[in-house]
Design a protein around this ligand. Structure first.
Ligand SMILES: *[C@@H]1O[C@H](CO)[C@@H](O)[C@H](O)[C@H]1NC(C)=O
Length: 269
């Protein structure tokens, strides 16, 4: 991620926190964060890691997830099936997590279905935007990456217009935002501007250290169409969910993507 991107990310984040805090201050009944995400269920990925994005197809089947070894998996009621890949050169893509192989194996991040055609659009960190038909298989490039090779895994994604990586809209036009927050900071229920600024989301690569130190906890914020905070859910102690990259609302549940977790998290209202 280059300097201007980091700056943009910071500006966007500060803007988000500023509006979050205004919303908190303006509300007559201060909105309390709910420390409920530790009660999330998990769906094991059986050795796979990093279901960064979560998507359902137009028939409501799935979820579909992109994982660190480059595959896109589909959940079929009780188990995960291979659905698609972004690279045809997969003979050495045998490890669940091998960053040095990602430029060969691909790293699917954002997933979106075209609700009319059932095609799946995939934002791959190395191969750009790809598309695959409803039956899956090898995806084909739609938008090639313009710059040279990437240093980091998750950088391209932030550069791709129209694919914000952690803001998802639900059926009511409300937004769910996934945040990485540091556990030692005050939780949202006590938030003031100063504290909130310390809770800047972290860039994926920095997550390793923090996760290993056990410092992170998951925070999911629901915003109205006009940016008011409607709900804040956290796992303050990081008991179940520490790192979340995306929140998707479907079937009365929240589905949590993560670049690091070896499972998919879900929380029922
Ligand atoms: C897989 O690894 C072998 C042995 O290192 C190498 O010869 C081959 O080119 C690799 N294949 C790909 C697609 O990178």
């Amino acid at each position: 991620m280059n300097a201007s991107n980091i700056l943009l990310l910071l500006i966007a984040t500060v803007a988000l926190f500023a509006s979050v805090n205004l919303a908190f201050d303006d509300s007559e009944n201060a909105l309390k964060s709910q420390n409920v995400l530790s009660k999330s269920e998990i769906i094991q990925l059986n050795g796979a890691i990093g279901p960064e994005s979560v998507a359902f197809d137009p028939n409501g089947e799935g979820p579909y997830i992109g994982i660190a070894d480059g595959r896109i998996l589909k959940f079929q009621g009780s188990s995960w099936a291979d659905f698609a890949v972004t690279s045809s050169q997969r003979e050495n893509c045998t490890l669940p997590f091998a960053p040095e192989m990602e430029h060969i194996c691909g790293r699917p991040l954002g997933l979106r279905f075209d609700t009319k055609t059932g095609e799946l659009y995939i934002a791959d960190a190395y191969f750009g935007i790809q598309v695959v038909g409803p039956k899956g298989g090898l995806a084909t490039p739609l938008v090639q990456k313009l710059d040279g090779p990437l240093e980091g895994t998750h950088d391209t994604f932030a550069e791709l217009p129209g694919f914000p990586d952690n803001i998802r809209i639900n059926s009511k036009g409300e937004f769910w935002v996934a945040l990485q927050a540091i556990r030692s900071q005050l939780s949202f229920s006590n938030s003031e501007m100063g504290n909130a600024l310390l809770k800047l989301p972290f860039i994926a690569q920095q997550l390793d250290d923090l996760l290993n130190g056990g410092l992170l906890h998951a925070t999911a914020i629901k915003l109205s169409e006009d940016g008011r905070v409607l709900e804040v859910l956290e796992d303050i102690e990081g008991k179940t969910l520490r790192s979340i990259s995306e929140v998707q609302e479907k079937y009365g549940k929240l589905w949590f993507g993560s670049v690091m977790m070896p499972f998919l998290g879900l929380y029922g209202f």
